[in-house]
Design a protein around this ligand. Structure first.
Ligand SMILES: NC(=O)c1ccc[n+]([C@@H]2O[C@H](COP(=O)([O-])OP(=O)(O)OC[C@H]3O[C@@H](n4cnc5c(N)ncnc54)[C@H](OP(=O)(O)O)[C@@H]3O)[C@@H](O)[C@H]2O)c1
Length: 78
């Protein structure tokens, strides 16, 4: 019987990771044991990469190479 393929490493990139919702996820991961073993979480802010700059965004995502993305970055308040 064939064995299951090993799981790929998981790297989750959270855009808007420094915002209200991103901070909530950070707390769930760091303080409440929300991460699964082997997962890497990256919480980015606009200082890490300005997502309005396509060249910077391509370079950042190439460098980070996430397997999963939670996209929270937004201009929420006027
Ligand atoms: N808060 C709520 O109750 C609520 C409810 C429902 C839905 N949502 C949705 O959830 C998402 C996040 O909301 P939030 O309240 O967490 O927002 P927030 O506190 O205002 O945080 C916004 C995040 O987006 C980042 N950001 C803004 N412009 C950026 C850019 N040009 N490049 C890269 N990053 C950028 C900010 O980075 P810096 O800190 O570096 O500026 C910050 O981390 C939004 O889509 C919102 O509509 C929120």
């Amino acid at each position: 019987m064939a064995s299951a393929a090993p799981a790929l490493p998981t790297k989750v990139l959270v855009t808007g990771g420094t915002g209200l919702v991103g901070n909530g996820i950070q707390a769930a991961i760091a303080e409440e044991g929300g991460a699964v073993a082997g997962e890497t979480w990256v919480f980015m802010s606009s200082r890490d990469c300005n997502l309005l700059d396509i060249a910077a965004t391509r370079a950042y995502f190439t460098e980070q190479a996430p397997t999963h993305i939670i996209h929270l970055a937004a201009k929420v308040r006027a």
